[in-house]
Ligand binder design. Structure first.
Ligand code: MLC
Ligand code: AMP
Length: 508
């Protein structure tokens, strides 16, 4: 048996001297370097006791070495488990207990805090810094430059990515080698990536978008990337002349439009701008076209499924839609309650099935079962319709979810933290249109009797528990929350009342 995903990359790899990535600190890394460095890291993993099927949890800054570590995990047969760098110790503690990683890799600067936490859940700890420093790379540098990749089949797990849960605990989406390989192949063909492409990679590599959509596509095409550790709009504009493609969340495009240097001339070398992870406003699509002459290609995916739909490469890229199901992906719109398929034009639950769809949530068989129909379709939680021309539109969410700058925030998690504070009677967390982040996390809070708790005190109190991007951008105090006759908080009324919060001239 071969190593399914890594072999698929190898099969399409160009000559070893071809460039895989140029970094923002001036390094040039070839495909040959990548194979060698991932081999050395794979040895280091094995020497640390990592065996096939073991989880390797990784919370490190973006760097070429962090990317090699992903490949090393594949080659060593381990399950890569990337974690957002913004996660707090409380959040990390949950992931470690749930996933029981064999090895935890963290930034040297956080090792004193994370080390004991990881050890408490039975893991060993290694470090990897933003400059490639740390105990893991030190160990790797002593290792042989070739590695016999462990046998892994199509259904073996390549990665677990945690997604926040609508009702409490985060769920680890289990992604197999074939889930990732099939999607990368389809995207390379659909978006016409070749060895001549140079992608501007400015996304984080701990989520599906930056990790799988971007890097797997580049590897599968034998292409190269400009590997940016952070999204800096002025710098991205300066890189356009050296690149052929950009992938980003809508906030990237909104921020780039504020750059005077973004012109047709600046973008003339680019053949493809792709957006996803959150809705791209039709006005952003239009403004981008006017400024650069390019129609952004919007696609739709999620952690559990990789990419499901895409606007066409050649045909009309229709603003406000996410295009057509990708080859091999079956997509239907169904009645959210019964699962009965609905006719085109009707709004319902988006359900998908295909080789891209994950096999379930880590150690949560009931949750897995609840989110699949009997005929194998996955219930995405997104509401949509298919129009007369076959374009898929996402019109809302069946799940109570806020997407801010491409990151998902589940209100329930924040509400639980706020409600637990002395001085708070109850709260409702909602997403409100935000000019930069798409949606701004907003807390509507009812104080407990005689309480004088302030917005700043609430934010300060939750800061130790939840990652910063989940913090409410604004906290609004009210006397009571609107409820329906069943006693359920009417979030739609709150969203309507505060809809101009971030866009009106009074907004801060
Ligand atoms: C940063 N902050 C955010 C935020 N990002 N707050 C809300 N939402 C976000 N997305 C906080 C910072 O902590 C900071 O707090 C303040 O907001 C301003 O920070 P900034 O410097 O403006 O932010 P920046 O570092 O530039 O980050 C913005 C961003 C980043 C858009 C570049 O959020 C990002 O890279 N987003 C991409 C997320 C992504 O990859 N999603 C894909 C998920 S996969 P303070 O208080 O310190 O000022 C998926 C599936 C699919 O969804 O289909 O792809
Ligand atoms: P995540 O769980 O972080 O992978 O986020 C997946 C969710 O992001 C999906 O279920 C959608 O709600 C949303 N999403 C992704 N792409 C798009 C898009 N192009 N338009 C609207 N929503 C999107």
């Amino acid at each position: 048996m071969s190593n399914h995903l890594f072999d698929a990359f190898r099969a399409r790899m160009p000559a070893p001297e071809r460039l895989l990535m140029a970094t923002d600190d001036g390094r040039s890394i070839t495909y040959g370097d990548t194979v060698v460095r991932s081999a050395q890291l794979a040895h280091a993993l094995s020497q640390s006791g990592v065996r096939a099927g073991d989880r390797v949890a990784v919370q490190v800054e973006k760097s070429p070495e962090a990317f090699f570590l992903y490949l090393a995990c594949l080659r060593a047969g381990a399950i890569f488990l990337p974690l957002n760098t913004a996660y707090t110790l409380t959040e990390l503690g949950y992931f470690f207990r749930d996933a029981e990683p064999r090895l935890v890799v963290c930034d040297p600067a956080r090792a004193a805090d994370i080390g004991p936490l990881a050890k408490a859940s039975g893991a060993i700890v290694a470090t990897l810094g933003r400059n490639g420093d740390g105990s893991l790379t030190e160990r790797a540098s002593q290792q042989p430059t070739d590695f016999r990749d462990l046998a892994r089949g199509p259904d073996d797990l390549a990665a677990i990515l945690y997604t926040s849960g609508t009702t409490g605990r985060s769920k680890g989406a289990m992604l197999s080698h074939e889930n990732l390989a099939s999607n990368a192949r389809v995207l390379v063909d659909h978006w016409r990536f070749t060895t001549a492409d140079v992608l501007i990679h400015a996304l984080p590599i701990f989520h599906t978008h930056g990790l799988f959509v971007a890097t797997n596509v580049i590897l599968m095409a034998g292409a190269s990337m400009l590997f940016e550790t952070k999204f800096d709009p002025a710098r991205i504009v300066s890189l356009l002349a050296r690149a052929t493609a950009l992938m980003g969340v809508p906030t990237f495009y909104v921020r780039l439009l504020h750059q005077d240097g973004l012109t047709r001339q600046a973008a003339k070398n680019i053949r493809l701008f792709i957006s996803g992870s959150a809705p791209l406003l039709a006005e952003t699509h239009k403004a981008w076209r006017e400024r650069t002459g390019h129609a952004i290609l919007e696609r739709y995916g999620m952690t559990e499924t990789n990419m499901n739909t895409s606007n066409p490469y050649d045909g009309e890229r229709r603003a406000g839609t996410v295009g057509f199901p990708l080859p091999g992906v079956c997509l239907r719109i169904a009645d959210p309650n019964s699962g009965r398929p609905l006719a085109d034009g009707e709004i319902g639950m988006i359900e998908v099935k295909g080789p891209n769809v994950f096999s379930g949530y880590w150690r949560m068989p009931e949750k897995t079962q609840a989110e699949f129909r009997d005929d194998g379709f996955f219930i995405t939680g997104d509401l949509g319709l298919i129009d007369a021309d076959g374009y898929v539109h996402i019109v809302g969410r069946g799940k109570d979810l806020v997407i801010s700058g491409g990151y998902n925030i589940y209100p329930k998690e924040i509400e639980s933290e706020i409600d637990a504070l002395p001085g708070v009677a109850e709260s409702a967390v909602i997403g409100i249109a935000h000019p930069d982040f798409g949606e701004g996390v907003t807390a509507i809070v009812v104080r407990a009797p005689a309480s004088t708790i302030t917005a700043a005190e609430i934010i300060e109190a939750i800061a130790g528990w939840v990652a910063k991007y989940k913090h409410p951008k604004r906290v609004i105090f009210v006397d009571e929350l609107p409820r329906n006759t069943m006693g359920k908080v009417q979030k739609n009324l709150l969203r309507e009342t505060y809809k101009d919060l971030y866009t009106s001239s009074k907004a801060s």
